[in-house]
Write a protein that binds this ligand. Structure first.
Ligand SMILES: [Zn+2]
Length: 272
């Protein structure tokens, strides 16, 4: 079983705002063909960041991690530079009373719970070797969660087909977006995040009814897809303590399929 910190080497420090703008602003992951239909080009919606109040210590910490650095504004701006939206979509920081994040199709709103943000930055403090690694875990959790919720949002906004579990499709979009970044810190730490989270769980009480795949499955999926995006660069992930060879052999094709699928689905909605 992969240890949570086996992938931390080489993950450089990165300011979150830099990472966010690099993920969506300067490197558009989906190439728009000239002849591609632009069904919603004239629609004129945009992502709008907003922050609610916080009155618990945990939520206040999450608010502090997001608002002063204008993190949600940065994410919204990078997505606004990339996607044509049929409606305004709210990207909200909120106190939820739980460690969670969700997309509401009724409200056209992605909610990042302050508790989840704060938890992502604090839960590894005892395990991470350095504050820097700890911060990378927190940033990765935030970036992955934002892209995952974006996956739910675009499936709803563009009425996209999603076969299988929608949550797996959302994880695939997140892996695809992160694989476009030159710095692999977010994807590496996302894998660590899910392995670590799985390690904290009582295996006898795993929620098999849940709409998400189990955390350990999500960890291996992300590992497979990121490995599949560049098998040479991540060759040392394969083996007894990492990605089993049988799965690894299929990962380049898995990655290609998800990259092609998401590219095809988003292509009509990418800005010129
Ligand atoms: Zn989800």
């Amino acid at each position: 079983m992969m240890k949570w910190n086996q992938l931390t080497m080489g993950a450089g420090a990165l300011l979150l705002t830099t990472m966010l703008s690099a993920c969506g602003g300067t490197e558009q992951p989906v190439a728009a063909k000239e002849e591609a239909p632009k069904a919603t080009q004239a629609a004129g919606g945009k992502f709008v960041a907003e922050y609610g109040e916080a009155d618990t210590d945990l939520a206040a910490e999450g608010l502090r991690l997001l608002k002063p650095g204008k993190v949600l504004e940065g994410f919204a701006a990078s997505l606004n530079g990339m996607l044509v939206l049929p409606y305004d979509v709210t990207l909200a920081g909120e106190q939820c009373g739980e460690v969670n994040a969700y997309y509401s199709p009724d409200e056209k709103k992605i909610t990042m719970c302050y508790e989840l943000v704060a938890d992502g930055f604090s839960r590894y403090r005892d395990k991470a070797g350095t504050e820097e690694e700890n911060d990378e875990h927190g940033q990765a959790n935030l970036v992955d969660t934002l892209y995952h919720e974006l996956g739910h949002a675009v499936i709803d906004l563009y009425d996209l087909p999603a076969l299988g579990k929608e949550d797996d499709a959302a994880d695939q979009l997140s892996a695809f977006m992160m694989s476009q970044n030159d710095d692999d810190s977010a994807s590496v730490q996302t894998i660590n995040y899910y392995f670590s989270s799985a390690g904290d769980q009582d295996r006898a009480a795993l929620p098999f009814y849940d709409e998400h795949s189990m955390d350990e499955q999500r960890a291996f999926n992300y590992m497979c897809w990121i490995y599949g995006s560049d098998p040479k660069a991540y060759a040392d992930w394969v083996g007894e303590d990492g990605l089993p060879e049988g799965r690894a052999a299929k990962c380049p094709a898995e990655y290609e399929k998800l990259a092609n699928s998401w590219t095809k689905l988003l292509e009509p909605h990418i800005k010129d």
